[in-house]
Ligand binder design. Structure first.
Ligand SMILES: [Zn+2]
Length: 244
């Protein structure tokens, strides 16, 4: 059983540290990215909005509040994708907040030192989302670019929260800990999840024993000065709701 699991890896395109450095151009086609599976997340070309890959369909929730369904020729600067086939599924009720959801996931998986893909089909009393706002060249570093992000709260909404929980030592390669995006059941609203309240639904998790990282070959990436030490603070800042 362990041998079988050892073959399951998450597929990732670019590095979070490259986003931190301001590499926001789409450099991977969705034709390539989508070969990795049917569940995932990412960010849009020019850092415009948040991407959700749900049941094989890519949606881009733009920073102006609009939504697009993306096609094979569209490009992305960053994405993480799996061929989701959950190990465990459980009904969970009245989850009070984001930390409580993270604790429910932790209770279902074997260790925080592995990768976990998550899909939570649920009703939420509220869910707080953000969408990055499209950036223009010359790009600012991520920590400055997110100051213009759009933040919304959806109330009394059903939909799918999905994403990943990564080991702490992978901070900078990806986002360590939980990183979730959301699409509502209409497919019209979504984004990067900052917080939630009162969630009840079906929580499905799958553990992955590794990650394959596809690095860009773009001139910007080749010349980028990646800064793993400075990136940690920038990632924490970018992933927060900026209220603290
Ligand atoms: Zn995100």
């Amino acid at each position: 059983m362990r041998r079988k699991h050892a073959r399951k890896v998450l597929e990732q395109f670019s590095l979070v540290d490259a986003l931190v450095a301001g590499l926001f151009d789409g450099v991977f086609s969705l034709e390539e990215v989508s070969r990795a599976g049917t569940l995932g997340l990412g960010c849009g070309d020019h850092m415009d909005g948040e991407l959700v890959l749900h049941e094989g369909v890519w949606r881009q929730f733009h920073g102006d509040g609009s939504v697009s369904v993306l096609g094979a020729a569209d490009t992305v600067p960053f994405a993480e994708v799996v061929d989701f086939d959950p190990d465990r599924t459980e009904l969970i009720e009245a989850v009070p907040g984001f930390e409580a959801l993270a604790a429910e996931i932790a209770a279902l998986v074997p260790s925080p030192n592995l990768f976990h893909a998550v899909r939570f089909d649920a009703h939420f009393a509220s869910i707080s989302l953000r969408e990055a706002v499209r950036q223009e060249k010359p790009y600012l570093p991520l920590a400055q670019a997110v100051h213009t992000q759009r933040e919304i709260v959806l109330s009394d909404v059903s939909g799918t929260l999905l994403g990943f929980v990564a080991p702490q030592v992978f901070q900078g390669v990806t986002v360590a800990g939980p990183h979730f995006h959301f699409v509502d059941e209409s497919g019209q609203q979504g984004g990067h999840v900052l917080g939630l309240t009162g969630a009840t639904g079906e929580l499905a998790v799958e553990t992955y024993y590794g990650v394959t990282v596809h690095l860009p070959g773009s001139p910007d990436y080749l010349a980028a000065e990646l800064d793993p030490e400075g990136a940690d603070a920038a990632i924490r800042h970018a992933e927060s709701d900026h209220q603290h």
